[in-house]
Ligand binder design. Structure first.
Ligand SMILES: Cc1ncc(COP(=O)(O)O)c(C=O)c1O
Length: 407
């Protein structure tokens, strides 16, 4: 057979397939309880509202809305977004000309990788971090430095040391609120400290925030961007509120970065769908977001509570879990001071067994830029299963963990 792979670019070398992803493909099988993906529940999508908004978009813009659009974004959306950024969970300083719309925030990550990373460049990421960011950055050949984290996210003292030791770090990447994969949120006081460090060391941060609207308890936290807007590129998306299908996200950045990112996007896909941007503009201007968030919170909060309770009930007591105030994920890891031989619990083997009983999760090792730690952790998603399934799934994983610990 003709070997076309010999013509693939070198950068594909860093894009190896994932055994875990292959395993979790089974998640689509009927009856499979996937606690592995990062999906919202389709029930949370306001589908009857889509019809109303679609009609309004048609009446307002006619067929012109299906035309190619401005790369920066659809004007009515750019005009309404600064108001969205004033929400207590963002407080992002933004103007229509510091925003650029992207096809999901995932595209923003690729664009920023292209904009900033030359092969061998150092970038700092949380330990653990969002797998999709690593996948977006990898083709540009960066080297990763891991920022130490504790129960409140990035540890400022460690960040200060890293930035002093590695002055060539191009940027740091953080999911500052309800982090994927841990669910952790950096408190305001720490955000201030991190912002001060960015200014002191003359560094940039990419703050990726898909989740801050989904708060189930506690007080909203303003963005890192609000503490140092010249030093922070803020990413947003409507995937976790409106619906992922619209692929609607974007970047708020200082003008030079915003303008360069628009040039890059032009080469990638010219523009994001005008129609979809118009739909989101109507969603925001019609004040549908707040009541919709209330509905999403009412759906997800009991699921989060149920998952935390089930972990407490069914998992071996050597494990601990995060108690996220929002978002979509819970992180399970060994309690402080507990050590285990690596062979005792091989999470990939555990996953194979849970999958054979139609339950999936993601082993924690998938979320580290450097693949050499946290072998006993896992990420669990609670938004796309009923409480009944969550309890059943956690019980199955717990029993398999118990069995292996006794072997
Ligand atoms: C931290 C983070 N960033 C970005 C994305 C990508 O989201 P989208 O491209 O749908 O906006 C996700 C999706 O799960 C995510 O968890």
């Amino acid at each position: 057979m003709f070997d076309s792979k010999k013509y693939f670019s070198k950068r594909l070398g860093s894009m190896e397939g994932s055994a875990i992803r292959d395993l979790l493909k089974q998640a689509g099988v009927p009856g499979f309880i996937s606690l592995g993906g990062g999906y919202p529940d389709p029930k949370s999508f306001p589908s009857s509202l889509f019809d109303t908004l679609n009609q309004r978009v048609k009446n307002k813009y006619g067929n012109g809305v299906y035309q190619y659009g401005k790369t920066e974004g659809f004007d009515p959306l750019l005009q309404i977004l600064p108001q969205f950024f004033q929400r207590a969970n963002r407080k992002v300083k933004a103007f229509p000309d510091t925003i650029s719309i992207t096809t999901g925030s995932q595209q923003a990550l690729t664009m920023l990788g292209m904009l900033f990373i030359d092969p061998g460049d150092l970038i700092a990421v949380e330990s653990p971090t969002y797998l999709g960011a690593i996948q977006a950055f990898n083709p540009f050949g960066p080297k990763y430095i891991e920022m130490e984290t504790d129960e409140n996210g990035i540890v400022p003292e460690n960040l200060d040391q890293l930035l002093t030791k590695h002055p060539s770090i191009k940027f740091m990447y953080t999911v500052s609120t309800f982090q994927n994969p841990t669910g952790k949120t950096i408190p305001p006081e720490r955000r201030k400290q991190i912002a001060t460090l960015l200014v002191k060391h003359g560094k940039l941060a990419i703050e990726d925030d898909p989740y801050s609207e989904l708060r189930y308890e506690g007080v909203p936290v303003p963005s890192l961007q609000s503490f140092a807007h010249d030093h922070v590129i803020h990413l947003f998306t409507f995937s976790k509120t409106f619906a992922p299908d619209f692929r609607l996200g974007g970047i708020v950045a200082p003008p030079d970065i915003r303008n360069a990112s628009v040039m890059i996007k032009q080469g990638l896909d010219l523009c994001t769908s005008n129609h979809d941007q118009a739909m989101v503009a109507e969603y925001l201007s019609g004040n549908y977001l707040d009541p919709h968030i209330k509905e999403i919170v009412a759906l997800y909060k009991p699921r989060r509570d149920c998952m935390m309770k089930a972990i407490d009930t069914y998992f071996p007591s050597i494990f601990q879990h995060t108690c996220p105030e929002g978002g979509m994920f819970i992180w399970v890891s060994l309690k402080e001071g507990i050590s285990l031989e690596e062979e005792k619990l091989d999470m990939k083997k555990i996953l194979l067994e849970t999958v054979s009983q139609k339950v999936g999760f993601v082993p924690g090792s998938a979320f580290f830029a450097r693949k050499d730690h946290s072998p006993f952790s896992m990420r669990l998603n609670f938004t796309n299963q009923t409480e009944e399934n969550i309890e059943k799934g956690i019980e199955i994983i717990g029993k398999i963990l118990q069995k292996h610990l006794k072997l």
